[in-house]
Design a protein around this ligand. Structure first.
Ligand code: TYD
Ligand code: MG
Length: 449
């Protein structure tokens, strides 16, 4: 019988089987078998045995003596993208950009390639999802630079690799990694085996030829990257493009970066001629703040950059048991914690009310420093008290379980950012504010002042 070209391996225990099983015969794990291309049988010169094989012995080198030439990064021409990448694209690196459909992944990568081409770099756009004509329509909105980008519309991995080798672009975009397929595998495009194989083979060619590659990836409903986790291990950088399709603001966040910090965030706005960088995000959010009861400005940190965002809360009587708890832009568990601390230590029980909290503009804040602003917004909404005089009230700080307010990182930079927009009265840890009650009183005082 001819050996089939593929084999099914268990991702838990490594057991290999010629056919697929729902449950691994090796370890009993369910749904862990993944199709892989069979590696060619290694040719052995000698019989092997207990001695080491015929591998070449390597000489270890002290790290201090390793030659690491400083490489110039490729500037994508999109400031926010460069910043999230840690100062531009590293030649030969593999970057995965994940995001839900319609968020603007193709728009961002098309624009980046356009800028790179205009700067004299050799680029290539591989579109598996859209035809060349569809990509052209998008590029027409983005301007002449984007129109100069060469494109191939192809989903066959072999053809794409065969194109990459002679073309040897400096930068290549694969849109998307889930639609390419290796004809040697029987799995459907986008299946775990296919995605792994596709990414692995692209990586080999990219590293060999020094092609900086941007892989576009889909995310599942739950927000994780579709396809295997191994994809995230494989690549050098993982960027996540977040936001809601219906809102204009989108954030680009680094989740993994071998060449820079993962704390950077870029803010974009979708316009009718592509994505526009929002450099003065704080100014916009502060000027858009409603100043009504339930609105508080949070001095957040997005990576190394302070960002002022408006946290809004709505508290309404409810007949539902349990009442609704809706969180947009903040973690649900964080909201639950703040509600519990408010009830226990702030004397504000909201057990019979629906509670909605949202960060205006579709921004996500994932840091403990948001607690205090959420608590103040909730208290202000519940009591119907405006916390604004002529300026919105600003706050930051973490809530402890015993009702204390804890210090958070970069207090000075948060304060400086608030001061830049004339928000001098910031409710925050220290400065006489030690507990949630202190903060609630402080907020009332700030209003009366
Ligand atoms: P797209 O980049 O195709 O999203 P993705 O590749 O992540 O699926 O485009 C996202 C949306 O943005 C799409 O609905 C059309 C819209 N759009 C604009 O509003 N303005 C523009 O200039 C462009 C190119 C797209
Ligand atoms: Mg797309």
């Amino acid at each position: 019988m001819p050996r089939s070209a593929t084999v099914f391996s268990c991702s838990a225990c490594g057991h290999q089987s010629p056919k697929w099983h729902g449950r691994c015969p090796g370890c009993g794990e369910w749904n862990s078998l993944v199709e892989e291309a069979r590696a060619p049988a290694p040719a052995r010169a000698n019989g092997g045995g207990a001695r080491a094989g015929n591998g070449r012995a390597l000489k270890p080198v002290a790290l201090a003596d390793v030659q690491a030439p400083a490489v110039d990064r490729l500037t994508t021409g999109i400031g926010e993208l460069d910043r999230v990448l840690g100062g531009g694209l590293v030649p030969g690196s593999l970057v995965l950009i994940g995001g839900s459909p319609g968020i603007g992944k193709s728009t961002l990568t098309s624009a980046a390639l356009g800028h790179l081409a205009a700067a004299g770099r050799k680029v290539l756009y591989v579109s598996g999802e859209e035809s060349a004509a569809q990509v052209k329509l998008r590029a027409e909105r983005l301007g002449p630079a984007a129109l100069s980008v060469p494109i191939v519309a192809e989903t066959d991995l072999e053809a794409v690799l065969a194109t990459l080798e002679p073309e040897q672009p400096d930068v290549c975009v694969i849109d998307s990694v889930q639609v390419l397929y290796d004809p040697a595998l029987t799995g459907a495009p986008g299946s775990v085996g296919q995605v792994r194989e596709v990414a692995g083979r692209i990586m080999r060619v990219a590293k060999e030829r020094g092609i900086a590659t941007l892989l576009v990836g889909h995310v599942t409903k739950e927000g994780s990257l579709a396809g295997p986790r191994v994809l995230e291990h494989l690549v050098d950088c993982v960027l996540s493009f977040e936001g809601e399709r219906e809102r204009t603001y989108r954030t680009l966040r680094g989740l993994k970066n071998r060449f820079g910090s993962t704390n950077e965030v870029g803010v974009f706005e979708m316009a009718d001629h592509g994505l526009v960088e929002v450099e003065d995000a704080s100014e916009r959010f502060v000027s858009e703040a409603t100043r009504a009861p339930g609105s508080v400005v949070l001095c957040a940190m997005e990576g190394s950059r302070p960002l002022l965002v408006e946290v809004q809360a709505l508290v309404a009587p409810s007949e539902l048991v349990p009442p609704r708890r809706v969180a947009n832009g903040v973690d649900r568990n964080r909201l639950a914690l703040v509600l519990a601390v408010l009830a226990r230590h702030g004397g504000l029980g909201l057990g019979t009310s629906d509670v909605f909290v949202s960060v205006a503009g579709g921004v996500r804040v994932d840091e403990p420093g948001a607690d205090l602003a959420i608590a103040l917004a909730l208290a202000s909404a519940a009591k119907g008290i405006e916390l604004t005089q002529d300026k919105p009230l600003a706050a930051f700080g973490e809530l402890g379980l015993t009702g204390e307010i804890r210090h958070v990182a970069h207090a000075d930079r948060r304060l400086a950012e608030a001061a830049k927009f004339g928000l001098d009265d910031v409710v925050r840890p220290g400065n006489g504010t030690r507990t949630l009650r202190d903060a609630l009183n402080g907020a009332k005082r700030a209003r009366a002042a």
